[in-house]
Design a binder for this molecule. Structure first.
Ligand code: F6P
Length: 403
């Protein structure tokens, strides 16, 4: 087993909370064991160009400047799929770059796309460990960034509720998450949203409209100050009636073939408006409530707000800082033991747990069996309510699970 004397750290894909904690966890543990560290700038773009750049040693003093509670990555990111680089000598060029800097192994933090490149690098003889990172939470393992994003979705949604209530508006809050609804689901539930729309459930707009109408009217009727609102958290990955994603095709796609998703929130708004404008109950109701003004205020307003990159920027939750440090440190221990091509699952006492990266990156979606539990609390998920029918089992031993 060749001794590891120097590691390179790469962060890649979409940024999010906890990446700096991964960097800090990995560098500190390496430095403690006398292993040198360097940050490879800008993800796989930096890895490919390593041969042509100079790198500073990322020592204790330099790593002391890292604020692990701040999102984004000190190392910088790019979305580059190495196998798509046209250069036939690309893997040799990477190996020459690693040799130039005496780097023996790589710690690579990223999501499924990044992980697929980890598998590719391993197959081409480059030693690396994958640290799970994605705000989409769609890997088989917990991924750093998920908790921070859920908290941010919940915080922004709660904040927006006051403006919704003040203006008697219904709000559709569109959030990142790509093809999975994990963060919209947990963030929406965490913010007391009235309705949560996720890619895993094709939306029945008539159901959403009826829920909106009933909730909005009940709130208004029971308000001493005649205030109401209705809050929808919609994942960007919901599809239209034809089953297509809302994508801004003008911007093309990244090297992994993903187009930027955008516009789901506005579609939800337009669907609700079209039901509302055909519904004769509103005029009489708003008249009764003393809000109706002919031609000016005949229906409640519905507005959409896309939170965009705000859900993965800013503050990192303490959970993600702790998990990020743990996972970064675990990756170095795995490299020292010459265990490569795996994804860190976590640390349980004196065990570091891991699974093959090829398995870790299999996409995980929201399990629909759980949705009806929340429907039983009155939250609409864009489908007719289903009764929650739990099975029961006694838990043997301890279980640690994060969603
Ligand atoms: O995969 C993380 C993610 O934030 C997705 O939820 C979102 O669709 C995408 O990245 C946006 O990517 P970019 O920042 O490259 O536009």
């Amino acid at each position: 087993m060749a001794e590891i004397k120097k590691i390179g750290i790469i962060t890649s894909g979409g940024d999010c909370g906890g990446l700096n904690a991964v960097i800090l966890g990995a560098t500190r543990v390496a430095q403690f064991s006398g292993i040198e560290c360097c940050l490879i700038p800008n993800g796989y773009a930096g890895l490919y160009n390593l041969k042509n750049i100079e790198l500073d040693n990322f020592d204790w003093i330099r790593s002391d400047k890292i604020l692990s509670g701040v999102a984004g990555s000190e190392a910088g990111h790019s979305r580059v799929k190495i196998s798509k680089i046209k250069d036939p000598n690309k893997y040799n060029q990477i190996k020459e770059g690693l040799a130039k800097h005496n780097i023996d192994g790589l710690v690579i933090a990223g999501g499924d796309d990044t992980g697929s490149v980890v598998v590719d690098l391993i197959n081409n003889g480059i030693k690396c460990i994958h640290v799970p990172k994605t705000m989409d939470l769609d890997l088989q393992t917990y991924s750093v960034g998920g908790d921070s994003t859920i908290n941010r979705i919940a915080t922004f949604t709660r904040d927006l509720r006051t403006t919704g209530l003040t203006h008697n508006r219904a709000l559709v809050i569109e959030v990142f998450g790509r093809y999975a609804g994990h963060t919209a689901f947990r963030g929406g539930v965490g913010a007391d949203a009235d309705c949560v729309l996720i890619p895993e459930i094709p939306v029945d707009y008539e159901v959403v409209y009826e829920h909106f109408k009933k909730t909005y009217m009940t709130r208004l009727k029971n308000s001493d100050v005649k205030g109401s609102t209705y809050i929808i958290v919609a994942a960007e990955g919901i599809k239209n009636k034809e089953g297509q994603y809302f994508t801004d095709t003008d911007r093309g796609s990244d090297s992994f073939g993903h187009q930027r998703l955008q516009g789901g929130g506005s579609y939800v708004r337009s669907q609700l408006e079209s039901y509302m404008h055909k519904d004769p109950d509103w005029h009489a109701f708003l008249q009764e409530m003393g809000i109706f003004i002919p031609d000016i205020y005949m229906y409640p307003e519905i507005r959409e707000i896309a939170l965009g990159h705000l859900v993965r920027a800013g503050d990192t939750s303490a959970y993600d800082v702790a998990f990020g440090k743990q996972a970064g440190a675990a990756a170095v221990h795995l490299l020292k033991k010459d265990i490569c091509g795996v994804t860190v699952v976590g640390v349980e006492h004196d065990y570091i747990t891991y699974i093959p990266t090829a398995e870790a990156i299999i996409q995980r979606f929201v399990n629909l069996d759980e949705i009806s539990l929340y429907e039983g609390m009155g939250i609409c998920f864009g489908r007719p309510v289903e009764e929650y029918q739990p099975k029961f089992k006694k838990q043997e031993g301890m279980i640690h699970r994060y969603m």
